[in-house]
Ligand binder design. Structure first.
Ligand code: GLC
Ligand code: CA
Length: 548
């Protein structure tokens, strides 16, 4: 291999991840719900894009109250999605295209329909009772504490048969597992090994910091036992195997990140959310937003990139199944939809870390507009509506918040073509399609050489071709500029200069000395630039990367 194509370090440092939300990706059997055969039928789309692995949101057996983040059997496939055979075919067919399958590990809680919970809620006697977190109520029929569930209502539900309350951090259908119980831990580790034996490429670990909680001291986020549990898990399962492990944590900070992913940490990288939470109001959670300026957003990225610039590794994302569409949130879904989609992608894919593409992002999909909550399916929206109305938010404010930031925005079905079911389904889709699928769809975008897909394909290929993109350090420039995100990446003699205009206005500014000079334009949303010198003007949402 030549100097420029030689790759060092583990495979996942050179790969791009792609998240599939199975319910909404492709419906293979015409029942309105996405499934595994549907995914298999669309693998060539992902191979063309050039991704290295798929993070598959949960496909396990589940009553689907939180679309699979409520698991009733960890070793079975949800019947609407297919069979274990289909899963094995998916692993093989993906592998044949150089794509690994990363499973979603949801072990902070199970479903209340899991056999463990049924036994646990029927009697205090069996071992399963201790697999969950039970406490006695307070006098007067009050729950053990005043803690609220993330999806609305109290975090405790009473079960008469055992005369106790169980803890559920999320909905009542998602009872928290008791990680203090060694029997439970052994069950989880055996289950993980069972999946590893099926040839998966790794795990994305749902709200993983919550497994370390100390309920009686009210320590939930990054609880005191997290480090022991993760170390034990690694040793019992993935340690020493060629797998990727990606934790999800809404609590991890720049101060704590290295405890997860440093030399003594168990994991490879973490999804962290400082940039997402920037606009959240504390009282009304995510349904009343504050303005997030480009400067706020870029500062958050600079801070994290700086923390992880030598040691450590970042998981880079703007979108996922819990977040609004990135073009709607940070870009311009109107006149500059295509250009702003490309600009945001350039920013993300040129930073240090493993970038993740959420389904539909590669064609610049946008939020949809619901007029009432009956058009929404998300357990979070339905669970919080009454509570927020009581707390003083108006219906109109709530709907405005949901349309900006609700999770259903990311979950409307994938838009494959302009047909009635958008190429997603031949039936009625489980959640309404975005009406813009008649123009905004994979077929139309891929026909356009200036389309979003082609740009993503190029960005992803560049990562494989130039080690500086994956391995280079990170240095920010023009740090206080309100619109321009400028940074350099350095690796051996190579230097990559990246500039992104994060606004819909033209920007004129002086190139900082450290970025001046001529170079080879690797990618650009506009006419390629040959060099950077003196005063330059960037067009609305212009972005480029120069290598020298
Ligand atoms: C994570 C998931 C989210 C889910 C929650 C509970 O944040 O990404 O979709 O609702 O955990 O499992
Ligand atoms: Ca189906």
């Amino acid at each position: 291999m030549t100097e420029t194509t030689q790759q060092r370090g583990p495979w996942w440092k050179h790969a791009v991840g792609y998240q599939i939300y199975p319910r909404s990706f492709a419906d293979g059997n015409g029942d309105g719900v996405g499934d595994l055969p549907g995914i298999i039928g669309r693998l060539d789309h992902l191979a063309d894009l050039g991704i290295g692995f798929i993070w598959l949101s949960p496909v396990y057996a589940s009553p689907q109250r939180d679309n699979g983040y409520d698991i009733s059997d960890y070793q079975a496939i949800h019947p609407e999605y297919g069979t274990l055979n289909d899963f094995e075919t998916l692993v093989e067919e993906a592998r044949a295209r150089g794509i690994g399958i990363v499973m979603d590990l949801v072990v902070n809680h199970s479903s209340d329909e899991h056999a463990w919970f049924r036994a646990a809620a029927a009697s205090r006697e069996g071992p399963e009772h201790e697999y969950y977190i039970w406490r006695d109520g307070r006098p007067g029929g009050l729950p053990p504490t005043d803690r609220m569930a993330i999806f609305g209502g109290p975090a405790w539900t009473y079960v008469e048969a055992v005369d106790r309350w169980y803890l559920h951090t999320f909905s009542p259908g998602q009872p928290d597992l008791n990680w203090m119980n060694p029997g439970l831990r052994a069950e989880i580790f055996a289950m993980m090994n069972w999946w590893i034996e099926r040839g998966i490429a790794g795990f994305r670990m749902d709200v993983i910091d919550l497994i370390g909680k100390d309920v009686d001291r009210d320590l939930f986020d990054e609880g005191p036992y997290i480090w022991d549990h993760l170390a034990e898990m690694a040793k019992a399962t993935f340690h020493g195997r060629d797998l990727v492990t990606i934790g999800e944590s809404w609590a991890v900070s720049r101060e704590s990140i290295m405890r997860y992913i440093g030399e003594d940490g168990a994991l490879d990288m973490m999804f962290h959310f400082d940039h997402v939470k920037l606009g959240w109001d504390t009282r009304f959670h995510k349904f009343k937003l504050r303005e997030v300026t480009p400067l706020m957003l870029k500062r958050e990225f600079i801070a994290w990139q700086t923390t992880l610039r030598e040691e450590g590794w970042d998981a880079l994302f703007l979108s996922n199944h819990d977040l609004p569409r990135q073009v709607s949130r940070y870009g311009d879904p109107g006149a500059h939809r295509v250009t702003s989609a490309k600009a945001l992608a350039t920013m993300l894919h040129m930073m240090r870390g493993t970038p993740f593409v959420y389904q539909g992002e590669e064609i610049g999909m946008t939020n949809f507009r619901a007029s009432g909550i009956d058009q929404l399916r998300d357990v979070e929206v339905h669970g919080q509506y009454d509570q927020f109305m009581k707390a003083g938010l108006s219906h109109e404010e709530f709907m405005a918040g949901v349309n900006l930031n609700g999770r259903d925005n990311a979950r409307t079905p994938m838009q494959w073509d302009d047909s009635e079911g958008a190429g997603f389904t031949s039936a009625d889709p489980w959640l309404g399609l975005n009406p813009n699928h008649t123009e905004l769809n994979v077929a139309a975008d891929r026909r356009d050489p200036e389309g979003v897909f082609e740009y993503y394909r190029k960005l992803i290929a560049l990562r494989g071709a130039h080690p500086v993109i994956a391995e280079g350090g990170f240095q920010a420039h023009l740090e206080n500029h309100p619109a321009i995100f400028a940074f350099t990446r350095g690796h051996r003699a190579q230097r990559l200069s990246v500039m992104v205009n994060l606004t819909g206005e033209e920007q004129t500014f002086t190139v900082p000395d450290a970025m001046a000079g001529s170079g080879n334009c690797l990618i650009s949303t506009h006419a390629p630039r040959r060099g950077l010198q003196g005063e330059i003007t960037m067009a609305p949402w212009e972005a480029f990367a120069l290598l020298r």
